[in-house]
Design a protein around this ligand. Sequence first.
Ligand code: FAD
Ligand code: DLZ
Ligand code: SF4
Length: 512
Amino acid sequence: MAALHLILADQLSESIASLQELDKKSDTVMFCEVMEEATYVPHHPKKIVFLFSAMRHFSAELEAKGINVRYVKLDDAKNTGSFTSEVQRAFVELKPKKIIVTEASEYRVLEMMRSWHKLLGIPVQILADTRFLATHDEFASWAKDKKQLRMEFFYREMRKKYSILIEPDGKPTGGEWNFDKENRKPPKAGMTSPPRISHKKSAITHEVLGLVKERFSHHFGMLEPFHYAVTLEQALVELEHFIENLLPNFGDYQDAMVAGEPYLYHSLISSYLNAGLLLPLEICQKAEAAYRAGKAPLNAVEGFIRQILGWREYIRGIYWQFMPEYGERNTLNATHPLPEFYWGAPTGMFCVAESVRHTRDHAYSHHIQRLMITGNFALLAGLDVKAVQAWYLAVYSDAYEWVEMPNTLGMALFGDGGVVASKPYAASGKYIHRMSNYCEKCKYDSDEMTGETACPFNALYWDFLVRHADKFRGNQRMPYVFSTWDKFAPEKQQAIRRQAALSLQKMTEGIL
Ligand code: FAD
Ligand code: DLZ
Ligand code: SF4
């Protein structure tokens, strides 16, 4: 055999670099479902079904085009359980002259790829992942010599590079780069999510559901109902549904949280995008076309495009710019063990319980739940950064280290020392009360700072700031925070700190 082309579960695009220059007659394309990848963190059962089913569908599509495919299923008797051992087994059985891969999206897996040449003694060609819109070199040269790596400025470069929402005179459409001041409204009373698509399950998905039920039922998360898209065709239906029906309200309610409503106006495309079924540029172009056709307002379209062309590419840039050292950072020395309520144990904090419920049921929660509820609590309580990252990596169907780590460690936990966030995303119950209807359903009171029924976020918020005053007092983006604290009477300050200690104690005892 001439070449073995390995495709990973998050590389399911026909345009992926390793599928170009494929010799149909003599080459083989390999996919493998391996236990090591399914268990290095206990991935949510829905995530495993989604990836295995999408891989099986994609490989079947290639096979139908006359391509030689070697598909290793998880329960194949000869499956050796890891990428490296499966590549080694394929090398022995097929005798390829070289191996062709697209660079893994995660540092851990890229290191494995880099070891294969020495292990096997044949060339291993590692190609750049052209699905992303900024190359590693482009990001590095943008970052070079900058004191602060702010997403907003990187995003403007990307808008220009791809001519997205740019007028013929080179100015941003609408005269501004960013329309966030028109976005982020609290939810309206009685607001519910518009209907979402539930895809019909194929025989392949049914088979994978059986496999995952048998092998991974002990992982946190509900396996069924399963309604994810698992093919390009289905993912496109989902994207069109979003653009036609939900995009117009995306900006307004991007930060809103409503009990019992996990999705609201979010796109739910991250799993498809990260696995390669959807491509980022086509999504941005479709969103722009909706604006140009008068189907969606600019604040919504610009806000949505910024998430993909801006945040997503920026986050990936940060990951590769600073790995592997980035993964070892813990600037705020956060070391408290992760409380059991992250895995579904009861808690009186409705906002946390609800966000964990959505996560358990759907392998999804939206950005503000991730950042301002579970992330904010972890930040304020000083939860161990590695344990928190492992949780985010396991429980979301869109999670891979390259995107999870800078979001969790950098954005949510301020654990990278301020690379991603210029100030910590720390918030008290007041913010959660404003942006959700959670507090109405909670046993705690978001207006109270101390006492039996006080919202734990309130005292923990101040305690967090005071604990880290050496780092944040001089932060120019937090001008009034410390002057407010300084104006509190010493007795009030002490009572707040006692309340925070009590909340942490209750958290440890599992009674918060
Ligand atoms: P929408 O709200 O509809 O946004 C549209 C798209 O923009 C998303 O699909 C996503 O591709 C992109 N996007 C938006 N924000 C970000 C961001 N901050 N970083 C990267 N892409 C972004 N996203 C992941 O894809 N994988 C993760 O593992 C992940 N972990 C996160 C952990 C934490 C602590 C936080 C705060 C955020 C995390 N995010 C992650 C970013 C964001 O929460 C998800 O992309 C989003 O919730 C996915 O839902 P959606 O497709 O409905 O997004
Ligand atoms: C997340 C995951 C899981 C659960 N299983 C597999 C698998 O069996 N085969 C595979 O190719 N990839 C899997 N993945 C994704 C990888 O863990 C990893 O995130 C990607 O290869 C990117 O480095
Ligand atoms: Fe969350 Fe506090 Fe509101 Fe309860 S009162 S839902 S704990 S913010």
